[in-house]
Design a protein. Structure first.
Length: 41
């Protein structure tokens, strides 16, 4: 009644964001500024 058992694909995808974002992406500079600001609190 259920039909055939078929393996489903992976539900979650795990990617390394550091690897996906190019080295000169503008968000890298923003991230550093935010990290410095938070560290000074």
């Amino acid at each position: 009644m259920r039909g055939t058992d078929e393996a489903a694909g992976s539900l979650f995808s795990y990617v390394d964001l550091e690897e996906r974002m190019r080295a000169r992406h503008p968000l890298r500079k923003i991230r550093q500024v935010v990290n410095d600001a938070l560290a000074s609190l």
